[in-house]
Design a protein around this ligand. Structure first.
Ligand code: PLP
Length: 277
């Protein structure tokens, strides 16, 4: 069958993700690439760490030399017009320092920071001094950060999420979206802060499973929306909706967490009669 090219739409927007590799392809840069591709964005990668993990937990990781990570990023940035930089697992204070220096040379590019401190199974993905380095060196350069509740509390040292959001703004993050997936309530609340004020609360129904790479999906989807030119509030709303849909269609592959389906919209053949599997 002859394949026809679709109408010319111009080049895709480009997002550079600076993140760790996950061999199970549920989280990390693999999650980012799937999410970005699903949302019509070309994803480029600068690898920060090689994790060894499955759907249950992380068994270990080897950090990449920060100069090699930055060299990967510079190769992309010198070649292409990058609309948004998305940052995931950095792992060490030395990596934060190297990435901060890189960002200083590209001050016009918006930055989405998903502050990865631990894997879904609980193992730490953070070396000594990572928290302090994130707060003092990276936060002032962040357009929007996307911690989950425990990460927001750990980073800020505050006792509740409203105080954590204010604290993150005060320490430099222009916008802070604290996702609510880690609580227990049947309806979860995602809190969006700007200027030390809670701007909006996005409510969603809690889903039954634990998911591998949900935070990565949310942050990458947010980066995609910004790369397409959406306003922050619109990009947040759409990223939350997209992530929720990926989780509704998530599937078990291994012995642990479910895997979000970032291409749920392309899988009509797997649907059951009720539109779900
Ligand atoms: N990045 C990497 C490389 C990881 O291994 C993980 C978790 O295992 C994460 C990010 C965070 O995953 P989540 O989106 O589930 O918080």
């Amino acid at each position: 069958m002859e394949s026809r090219r679709p109408e010319a739409v111009g080049p895709l927007p480009v997002v550079l993700t600076i993140a760790g590799s996950d061999p199970s392809a549920g989280a990390g840069l693999q999650a980012d690439l799937l999410t970005l591709a699903s949302l019509g964005v070309h994803g480029c990668t600068a690898v920060t760490a090689l994790t060894v993990q499955d759907s249950v937990n992380v068994r270990g990781y080897t950090p990449v030399d920060p100069q090699d990570t930055v060299a990967q990023a510079r190769a992309v940035l010198e070649d292409m017009s990058v609309q948004v930089i998305k940052i995931g697992m950095l792992g060490s204070a030395a990596m934060v320092a190297a990435v901060s220096a890189l960002l200083a040379d590209h001050s016009q590019i918006p930055v989405v920071l998903d502050p990865v401190l631990a894997a879904g199974g609980g193992m730490a993905l953070a070396g000594d001094g990572l928290r302090e380095a994130l707060v003092t060196r990276l936060l002032p350069r962040v357009t929007v950060m996307t911690p989950n509740g425990p990460e927001a509390l750990a980073l800020s040292g505050t006792g509740d999420l409203p105080a954590a959001g204010v604290w993150l703004n005060r320490h430099g993050a222009e916008w802070a979206l604290i996702s609510g997936g880690h609580g227990e309530e049947p309806e979860l609340e995602n809190l969006l802060f700007r200027g030390e004020v809670l701007r909006r609360t996005f409510r969603q129904a809690r889903l039954p499973h634990s998911y591998h790479g949900s935070g990565c999906t949310l942050a990458a989807a947010l980066a995609a929306g910004l790369a397409h030119g959406l306003t922050m509030e619109e990009a947040v709303a759409r990223a939350l909706d997209f992530t929720h849909a990926c989780l509704v269609h998530a599937y078990p592959l291994g012995k642990g967490q479910y895997f979000p389906d970032r291409f749920f919209w392309a899988r009509r053949h797997r649907e059951g009669p009720d539109g779900r599997r």
